[in-house]
Write a protein that binds this ligand. Structure first.
Ligand code: NAD
Length: 399
């Protein structure tokens, strides 16, 4: 079989010769008891760069030993790109949310042999899920592999935005010491109302990690949590997004991108937020309206916006979120720490082993199966596509 793997570019200075830590901490299971990815073998060193082209997710030996062909590229957007040329006879495509190969309906139609699309991470909105269902292509992701990595990043961003860390750090780097400049937008998180749109694996873990800060915790989700999980963190449930955003000082977004959530945070919803709220979005850029976010920061309706997700990716150089006031954006990094890469590389190999050996892929990994939403996909997505407009990614570097 031919496996096309689209990964982000190597480090600009080449692959690292050494890493800060010689070993990763030991983790047993995920918090709900779900086992970590468990492939039969591993051909890479844990804690190394695996998500970039030369890292190859550690798959080459495994695939070639079994007689398969592996093609790895980062060239994914422009007309005639490597990925489009290789896709036409690929059986399996592996892509990542950080550097998404947008599997639009047009691309899916061009891929006559395609059977399986694997997301090396979590969030398969870069695949036109409707087209995958219509063309009987299964879509799977490595559920849980980086959920807790993202929850850590959210906590970091809440603290960085509320305490106004970035300008303070810049003052030090600039050789300065102006305390009043440094603290004129700086608050404690203690006592604040912190809410999340979606309390799934990431959202709930973020709430759990924030609880020791002595804050009030809120959530909205299309699936209400069991009473004991609400009681554990003293959570207030909101039936609607509007009800939550009206009372929270910090609003976090942790739902997947699908037709129900696309542009959920538009001008109208932002106007209903508590004035001066902070918004954190590590879910997907397209859940927020690009221009409305920039405008809300300029007017002060939002005090800060932070996250790591953009639409499209890579974000155009003139994307307004690069330059809007009081933002704490990073490129899409929260789920691809060296720790997370080891888990998603193991998870992709586990999925491939199951697929080749005719074993059932874990139900938790399934997004689309047998022409319909399945597993984690049936729980968290709605049918349809959210890939419209992704062709803009080809403009990266051209403006
Ligand atoms: P999860 O499946 O455990 O949780 C998703 C939750 O969203 C579920 O509880 C579901 O009920 C809820 N939901 C779905 N639609 C909703 C709606 N319309 N309103 C309210 N709630 C809704 O997944 P997770 O591990 O928590 O990941 C969530 C999302 O975060 C992913 O789909 C992905 O888009 C994003 N993510 C980003 C990164 C990153 O690196 N930035 C990494 C992993 C995941």
């Amino acid at each position: 079989m031919k496996i096309l793997c689209v990964l982000y570019e190597d480090p600009s200075g080449g692959m690292p010769e050494k890493y800060p830590l010689s070993a990763l901490p030991e983790i047993s299971n995920y918090p709900d008891g779900m086992p970590l990815p468990s492939p039969k073998g591993r051909d890479f060193a844990a804690g190394t760069l695996l998500g970039c082209v030369s890292g190859e997710l550690g798959l080459r030996k495994f695939l070639e030993d079994r007689g398969h062909t592996l093609v790895v590229t980062s060239d994914k957007d422009a007309d005639g790109c490597d990925a489009d040329r290789e896709l036409v006879d690929a059986d399996i495509v592996i892509s990542q949310p950080f550097w998404p190969y947008y599997l639009t309906e047009k691309r899916i139609k061009s891929a006559q042999n395609l059977k399986l699309a694997i997301t090396a991470g979590i969030g398969s909105d870069h695949v036109d899920l409707q087209a995958a269902m219509d063309h009987n292509i299964d879509v799977v992701e490595v559920t849980y592999c980086n959920s807790r990595s993202v929850a850590e990043h959210i906590v970091m961003m809440i603290l960085a935005m509320v305490r106004d860390y970035h300008p303070q750090h810049q003052i030090v780097k600039d050789g300065g010491w102006h305390i009043a400049d440094a603290v004129k937008r700086s608050y404690d998180v203690e006592g604040m109302h912190i809410g999340t749109i979606a309390a799934g694996r990431i959202g709930y873990d973020m709430l759990r990690k924030m609880a020791p800060f002595d804050v009030h915790l809120h959530y909205n989700d299309r699936h209400r949590l069991p009473a004991e999980k609400e009681a554990e963190l003293n959570l207030q449930y909101h039936e609607t997004v509007e009800s939550l955003v009206g009372v929270c000082d910090v609003i976090n977004i942790s739902c997947p991108l699908h037709p129900e959530t696309e542009h959920l945070f538009n001008e109208e919803l932002l106007a209903k937020c508590k004035p001066g709220a902070y918004l954190i979005n590590t879910a997907r850029g397209k859940i927020c309206d690009r221009a409305a976010i920039a405008k809300a920061l300029e007017s002060g309706q939002l005090s800060g916006y932070a996250g790591d997700v953009w639409f499209p990716q890579p974000a155009p150089v003139d994307h307004p979120w690069r330059t809007m006031p009081n933002h704490g954006m990073t490129p899409h990094t929260s789920g691809t720490t060296l720790s997370a890469q080891t888990r998603y590389a193991d998870g992709v190999r586990e999925i491939l082993e199951c697929f080749f050996d005719g074993h059932e892929i874990r139900n938790e990994y399934k997004i689309v199966s047998g022409g319909q939403l399945a597993g984690a996909g049936a729980h968290a997505y709605s049918a349809g596509t959210a890939t419209d407009g992704s062709e803009e990614a080809a403009n990266f570097g051209s403006t």
